[in-house]
Design a protein around this ligand. Structure first.
Ligand SMILES: N[C@H](CCC[C@H](N)C(=O)O)C(=O)O
Length: 263
């Protein structure tokens, strides 16, 4: 069965987008892994499936490269807004809205949550910061922006082995649904961030990770909103105040469209 796809990226965090609004498409964990495979498939950090929605312009489903279906994806949301012109997007992590402004896209995600059972954690623990440590990283701020994030602040990001420490935190039993691992350094009123993503590993940028990290830094009074978050693939501008949804602004790039033969 031949299906058209779009290949896009948000600051180097890359996606295969399949539009199933007219013709339904069943995505299994195995199929998502196969499409995401950079040798035997098309290759991407996340597979994005668009479906009809009763509550928004469309529904966006997100599958990590390991096949796991998750609640939200900030960089992909910008790409979907650019690709489809959708103004509202239904996700498992909540209702999002977005609009293109020239070469950039602004997206409003959900109001961040901080309670231990919103993350979720295996048992009640302070989340602000969490009294736990892994190797030389400790006391993360825990933030749910539709998907769960642990945010560590360090003095020297270049001296931190995020790719080495990330897997042990991502899969720690204290996070029953696993977690995205963000390590950031404060630089004036900006942040520099590396994210070891749940289900995808170290990516060149993480939109929800940038949002969660900016929210944690604003709450901890390390910076004031709006915050520029610098990542390997580029920068995002994040704005948030308590009681509000978090807003993100940045680029979205269409690379090519193609056809894949789904067995
Ligand atoms: N790895 C994330 C999903 C993708 C998030 C990221 N690519 C973004 O731009 O927000 C999770 O398992 O919750």
């Amino acid at each position: 069965m031949l299906r058209q796809f779009h290949k896009m990226h948000g600051l180097g965090n890359d996606f295969v987008i399949l539009d199933a609004r007219e013709e339904p498409l069943a995505i299994t964990e195995a199929l998502a892994r196969q499409i995401a495979d950079r040798r035997e498939g098309i290759g991407c950090d996340q597979l994005i499936l668009l479906e009809p929605s009763a509550t928004a312009d469309l529904r966006m489903r997100i599958f990590n490269a390991d096949g796991s279906e998750v609640q939200s994806c900030g960089n992909a949301t910008r790409c979907v807004v650019k690709l489809t012109g959708a103004a509202t997007i239904e996700t498992a992590g909540g209702l999002l809205s977005g609009a293109a402004h020239g070469s950039e896209v602004e997206v409003t995600l959900v109001e961040p949550r901080f309670e231990w059972d919103a993350i979720p954690l295996a048992y009640p623990l302070p989340t602000d910061p969490m009294p736990m440590g892994w190797e030389n990283l400790d006391r993360p701020y825990i933030v749910n922006v539709g998907n769960p994030h642990a945010v560590f602040f360090v003095d020297d990001l270049d001296d931190t082995d995020v790719e080495g420490i990330g897997p042990g935190i991502e899969t720690d039993p204290v996070f029953p649904e696993r977690i995205n691992v963000n390590v950031a350094q404060v630089e004036g009123n900006a942040l520099r961030l590396q994210t070891f993503e749940r289900g995808a590993g170290l990516t060149r940028a993480c939109g929800t990770g940038a949002c969660a990290t900016a929210v944690a830094a604003i709450r901890a009074r390390l910076v004031t909103s709006p915050v520029t978050v610098h990542m390997a693939g580029g920068s995002l501008s994040i704005a948030w105040a308590p009681g509000e949804p978090v807003r993100m602004r940045g680029s979205a790039t269409h690379v090519f469209k193609g056809t894949i033969d789904l067995q």
